[in-house]
Design a protein around this ligand. Structure first.
Ligand SMILES: [Zn+2]
Length: 133
């Protein structure tokens, strides 16, 4: 459903932030919510394959990587402390489990955070997203 039909009643915003963030976390187009935002693992499409929204203006840069490190680090640091204090596993087991967990969670979150950052830029009309075609 294009956002043109769903103006935010309170603010009159034609690009409300909350649906754009949720669509970004699902790696979907910020405008229609159906087209894939990314091609491959992290490459943002130039246009949405469903609604033809121009997505080439994004400038996510290091934001998604920063957010991924922030979240994964704040989850894994207390978990490794808890695991070490309460279970005292073999150091090799602890290192293996947390290495796989950290890498796996990072690979899972990175494209989702990239979608979220790109869609926030779209919703706030940053970097040319608000310019007339
Ligand atoms: Zn779209």
């Amino acid at each position: 459903m294009p956002l043109d039909d769903s103006l935010d009643a309170a603010t009159g915003d034609d690009r409300p932030m909350k649906p754009a963030i949720w669509r970004g976390l699902r790696c979907k187009c910020p405008n229609c919510g159906e087209g894939a935002l990314l091609k491959g693992y992290l490459t943002v499409r130039d246009t949405c394959p469903v609604c033809e929204e121009d997505l080439s203006h994004h400038r996510a840069d290091d934001g998604p990587a920063y957010l991924t490190i922030l979240v994964v680090g704040h989850l894994m640091a207390p978990l490794i402390h808890f695991a070490f204090v309460h279970y005292r596993p073999d150091p090799l087991v602890l290192a293996t489990v947390f290495t796989l967990g950290t890498v796996g969670l990072s690979l899972y979150l990175l494209p989702r955070f990239k979608g979220m950052v790109v869609n926030i830029q779209w919703a706030r009309r940053m970097h040319g997203f608000g310019a007339a075609p």
